[in-house]
Design a protein around this ligand. Structure first.
Ligand SMILES: [Ca+2]
Ligand SMILES: [Ca+2]
Length: 418
C-alpha cells in the first residue's frame, strides 16, 4: 500500500539489482557538472520501482552528516539519499521534517517501473583516483578560502537518469528528469554536489499533481534535512516552479559549472539552537539572522547590528534576494512587510554610486533588483536602499532618515571540522 506521509523504514529493502548489461538505455548525459555514471562505470543499477530504495548500502568510509557519521546509506526512488533508514514516502512535506535524515536531489513522486522501465537509478561508492582528484578540484575551486586544501578520500555518486513521474501516461511519460547527487568527504568535512541536466516535471500526480503536465501545487523539494525537526537547508528554487531552471542555475557565490549547487553537510546547518549564533539570533541556512522589528533610520539600523557583531543583510545574488524575500514572509505578516527593510546599500557619499555596507561598490555587472522607477527618482535626498516584499522583493531608495525595519546577519560558527 502506498504511504501518504514521509516515513522512514529501518528495514533494508530487498530490491533485486540488475547488472548494467541487462537493459537497453539511453547514454549518460554529456554535462560538465556530472560525474561519470551508468554503463562503463562500477555503478549498481536499481530495479525498476516506485517508492522503494536501493536497500542498505554499506560504506567503506564513514560519511559525516549532520554531526554524526554513517556507515551506510539508502538511495531512494523518490529522488533522495537517506541515512539511518530508507525513505519511501512520496509526499515532500516541507523541511524541516523529523526522523528523516536525507539529502533531496529532487524529492517528489518518481516511478521507474512503467512499461517495464521508465528511468534508471544508478549509484556507487568510489575511491577511484580520477574521481577523487576531480572532487578535490571541485571543492577547492568552489571554496578557495575555506577549503582550498581539501583532500577527498571517498565519494558516493547517485544518479537518477531520465526518471518518470508517478501518474504519468501517454505523452507525459516522456517528461523525464535527470539529476545526480555526489557525496564527498575527507573523513571529517563532507559535501554534497547537486547536479541537474534535465527537469521536465515539477512533481508526481500525487499531492495534487497534474498527470498530463507534471505540474501542481507541491513541486519537488531540493535540499538537506537534518532530521531533528529543526535543521535544514532548502535550495532557493525548492518547491517552486523555478525548479525547471535548475539545469542552467549557477550559484553566484560559488564558482562551478551551470546546473550545480554545493552544500557542506557534516555540520548542523540550520535551525534554532543555542550554539553557533549570537543570543536572540536564529539559524537560517548557514547564517544567523535577527529581525529588527523596531523601525530605525539607516545609520541606527547599522549600529544596532554592529553592536551584536553583525551587519545588515547585503544582497549579492538572486539567490540572496529570493532567500531574503522568503524570510520576510516568515518574519512578518499583514501589512507590516510593506514598509520595507534596509539592505545596507547607499549612495550617500557620491550621488549615483552605490556602495554596500562592507565598502564594496555596486558594479554595473552586479546583481540588482531595482524597482522600475527607483533609479529614475534617485536624487540627493534619497540615498538609502530598501527591499519590500510587498513589491516582490524589488529595491527602492528613500531618505536615510526614514525609519525602516532591518535584518541583521552574521555567519553561523559551528565548531566541528576545521
Ligand atoms: Ca514514487
Ligand atoms: Ca541618491
Amino acid at each position: 500500500m502506498r504511504q501518504f506521509i514521509l516515513t522512514t523504514c529501518l528495514l533494508a529493502s530487498l530490491a533485486v539489482r540488475q547488472t548494467s548489461a541487462e537493459v537497453n538505455r539511453s547514454p549518460p548525459v554529456s554535462n560538465a557538472a556530472f560525474y561519470p555514471y551508468g554503463p562503463g562505470t562500477a555503478d549498481i543499477l536499481d530495479s525498476p520501482a516506485d517508492d522503494s530504495s536501493s536497500g542498505e548500502q554499506s560504506l567503506s568510509i564513514a560519511f559525516p552528516f549532520f554531526e554524526e557519521t554513517y556507515n551506510s546509506l539508502w538511495v531512494n526512488t523518490n529522488g533522495d539519499i537517506s541515512f539511518g533508514g530508507s525513505v519511501t514516502g512520496f509526499t515532500p512535506i516541507p523541511f524541516p521534517v523529523e526522523d528523516n535524515k536525507l539529502i533531496a536531489g529532487y524529492f517528489t513522486d518518481i516511478k521507474t517501473s512503467y512499461d517495464g522501465r521508465s528511468g534508471y537509478i544508478y549509484h556507487r561508492e568510489t575511491t577511484d583516483a580520477t574521481v577523487l582528484s576531480r572532487a578535490n578540484t571541485d571543492i577547492q575551486t568552489a571554496f578557495p578560502a575555506e577549503h582550498g586544501s581539501f583532500v577527498a578520500i571517498w565519494a558516493y555518486i547517485a544518479t537518477w537518469h531520465e526518471v518518470a513521474f508517478f501518474g504519468s501516461s501517454g505523452a507525459s511519460r516522456n517528461l523525464r528528469n535527470t539529476f545526480q547527487l555526489v557525496l564527498i568527504t575527507d573523513g571529517c568535512k563532507s559535501f554534497c554536489l547537486f547536479n541537474y541536466d534535465r527537469i521536465d516535471f515539477l512533481q508526481g500526480s500525487t499531492n495534487g499533481g497534474d498527470s498530463e503536465t507534471g505540474t501542481g501545487p507541491n513541486p519537488a523539494q531540493v535540499g538537506v534535512n537534518g532530521g531533528d525537526g529543526i535543521h535544514y537547508t532548502p535550495h532557493p528554487y525548492s518547491t517552486s516552479t523555478d525548479l525547471y531552471n535548475l539545469p542552467t542555475w549557477t550559484d553566484p557565490a560559488v564558482p562551478g559549472p551551470p546546473g550545480r549547487w554545493y552544500r557542506r553537510v557534516d555540520r548542523k546547518i540550520i535551525g534554532d539552537t543555542p550554539q553557533g549564533c549570537p543570543p536572540s539570533y536564529e539559524f537560517y541556512g548557514d547564517k544567523c539572522v535577527k529581525l529588527q522589528e523596531h523601525p530605525l533610520d539607516y545609520a541606527a539600523a547599522i549600529s544596532k547590528c554592529e553592536a551584536d557583531g553583525a551587519r545588515l543583510f547585503n544582497i549579492r545574488s538572486q539567490a540572496d534576494n529570493e532567500w531574503l524575500t522568503d524570510q520576510l514572509h516568515l518574519f512578518v505578516s499583514g501589512k507590516l512587510y510593506q514598509r520595507g527593510f534596509w539592505i545596507g546599500l547607499t549612495d550617500e557619499d557620491t550621488e549615483g554610486t552605490f556602495v554596500w555596507e562592507d565598502g564594496t561598490t555596486l558594479c554595473p555587472t552586479s546583481y540588482t533588483n531595482w524597482a522600475s522607477d527607483a533609479l529614475a527618482s534617485n536624487d540627493g535626498t534619497r540615498n538609502c536602499v530598501y527591499i519590500s516584499r510587498g513589491y516582490n522583493g524589488k529595491w527602492s531608495i528613500k531618505g536615510c532618515d526614514d525609519k525602516k525595519k532591518s535584518i541583521c546577519v552574521t555567519d553561523a560558527e559551528i565548531p566541528t571540522c576545521p
